[in-house]
Design a binder for this molecule. Structure first.
Ligand code: MRU
Length: 344
């Protein structure tokens, strides 16, 4: 299985997702600031992967802190955590991973500083392992929804590369394939960052799972020709009412799926739920650099001076979502009740 992120020899090692699939290059982060930069620049991306990397980053910060007592240690750690939490706003897993590390520190006040550092490192490793286990559970639950001989449409990359391993949406696909089903995947290319074309296609090909690349404006055509049986996507944050923030373009896919009576499933771990938000209207949407839209391979494709917008995510309203597949089970509408039940 592809190692998206690993904590080895006091460094956080990541496969550089800005260079895949053409180059398989690893980046070693030595400090929390390196991790912050890797998240901002999308060397690592995908909600669960960001959460795992952030937790490892907090451990790197803890290792570097010189302090004799807990209060001094924690004040320094908290400052570093606050800065890291600003690296990307939409995926709630980032804040989730950081908060979990802070909580462990606060619950370990009585430890010596070296013991506390070891404890935090262990927590980061646990978060990584738990993410893989959660994705496998998502796969187990989700594969039951996918019939044999199905064509699955997915958007962006919600695969092993977007997580610590196995993937959420692609975890469902992998589990269906592992259970003996014949599955074909259609991967939206996912403009502007091309996570579908570069990452989803690459990782499915590595696993010999049949995949075909389409551009983002083709899915309606394939739906209207009965060539898509089911849509499975990931999520960056799910509000209490089941509204789903995911990669820009997901909303259009969901509307089209409903129009054609095709089930639209969202696969995400419990750490992607943000039940503190009543609806998706409260989810902060990241605005990324216009260069990512205006340029392809660093070459400008639109006139200099042209206005360019780049919201990186959109919100799919809950009435377009057939079910949310989590590691704790499947939530069906009405989501306000079903999601709460899963987290109890
Ligand atoms: O901007 P990205 O590449 O971090 O966006 C990723 C997505 O939108 C994924 O679909 C989502 O994080 C789920 S990943 C399991």
């Amino acid at each position: 299985m592809i190692k998206t992120v690993e904590y080895i020899d006091g460094k956080v090692r990541m496969i550089d997702q800005t260079r895949l699939p053409l180059e398989k290059v690893f980046v070693d982060c030595q400090t929390i600031e390196d991790v912050d930069n890797a998240i901002r620049t999308m060397i690592i991306r995908g909600a669960p992967a960001i959460g795992v990397a952030a937790a490892m980053g907090v451990s790197l910060a803890a290792e570097a802190i010189g302090a004799e007592d807990f209060d001094t240690f924690y004040a320094k750690l908290e400052r570093k955590c606050d800065a890291l939490a600003k690296s990307r706003p939409t995926a709630v897993n980032l804040a989730w991973g950081i908060e979990r590390m802070k909580k462990v520190a606060c619950n370990s006040k009585d430890m010596s500083i070296p013991e506390l550092k070891r404890r935090l490192k262990q927590e980061a490793l646990d978060i990584c392992e738990e993410d893989i286990a959660a994705n496998k559970a998502i796969g187990r639950h989700g594969q039951a929804l996918i019939s044999d001989n199905s064509t699955v449409l997915t958007h962006c990359n919600a695969g092993a590369l977007a997580t610590a391993g196995f993937g959420t949406a692609l975890g469902v696909v992998r589990a269906a394939v592992n259970s003996g089903k014949n599955i074909n995947v259609l991967a939206d290319e996912t403009r502007p960052f091309l996570q579908g074309a570069r990452l989803t296609v690459w990782e499915l090909m590595e696993d010999n799972i049949p995949v075909k690349l389409i551009t983002d404006n083709m899915s309606g055509f394939f739906m209207s020709n009965n060539q898509i049986d089911v849509v499975v996507v990931g999520a960056d944050r799910i509000a209490g009412n089941g509204d789903v923030a995911n990669k820009i373009g997901t909303y259009m896919v969901a509307v089209m799926a409903q129009k054609h009576g095709i089930p639209f499933y969202v696969a995400a771990p419990i750490s992607t739920l943000d039940l503190s938000l009543a609806s998706g209207a409260e989810i902060p949407i990241e605005e990324r650099s216009e260069k990512e839209v205006a340029c392809i391979n660093n070459k400008r494709i639109t006139p200099e001076g042209a206005g360019v917008a780049h919201p990186a995510f959109d919100v799919t309203p809950n009435d377009l979502v057939s079910a949310i597949i989590t590691d704790k089970g499947i939530a069906k509408p009405p989501f306000t009740e079903s999601l709460k039940r899963l987290t109890q």
